[in-house]
Design a protein around this ligand. Sequence first.
Ligand code: ZN
Length: 290
Amino acid sequence: MGWFRKVRRTLGSGERLDVPKGLWTKCDKCGEIIYRKELEAHFHICSKCGHHFRIGVPEYLAIVTDSGFVEEFDLRMKPKDPLGFVDSKKYTDRLKKQQRATKMLDAVRTGEVVIGGYRTVLAVLDFSFLGGSMGSVVGEKIARATRSATEQRLPLVIISASGGARMQEGIFSLMQLAKTSGRLAEHRQAGLAYISVMTHPTTGGVTASFAMLGDVNVAEPGALIGFAGPRVIKETIGEELPEGFQRSEFLLEHGFVDIIVPRSELKKTLITLLNHLIGEQGSATTAGSP
Ligand SMILES: [Zn+2]
């Protein structure tokens, strides 16, 4: 009899081998297999190709703030279904499913935070909730957060990730574009700073309203940022689009974005910008049209 013997255990029906789930993950861009803990420790950026993995509100809070929300705003604001919208499913059923899966009531969280010692009002959109789409709740929470920043004379930072206006709320979603832009105009008229951070993807009604209205428009590397998607534009104009069209780097070159910042440098950059902009509040930021 040998020292070693293969022991083959037969699994009973319904029994599974106990392999911990999600220890490793694959980079969407380069295919590298990465240890999840390592990815988390490096701002969810691929160590091989620099691809920025999509992250949600808790991760951004951990990355950019000193200690999360000091006070979170409108915690209990819930979406309604003003149109009784049904496609392949009822909108109300979709909402319930998303709320259970994400533990959020809608696609944005807002509140007061501290960034490098600077009191700031922060809003973060979460793509995992119905594609970060902007319906009445997202618009209202952004508008209220902006007003709170204006009233307290605090700077505002919005981190966007969104497919655009929420089609299930129709015209009520489109109304949010004007409302959020109007509040930002008031914020600007009060001589206060607003920094917009656009992550992958920031498109549609969110780009057409608050995401592009920053005193400084920041983008993460490689993010898709635009109004209509590249496929729609290509089909409409019937022409091939240039290489890298609607990506952060292309937009920086063409003046739509002011700076591209890797996530690992985001907090440091926000602190530098806040330092400059707060120093100018009440004078330089009132110049020009909103
Ligand atoms: Zn990669």
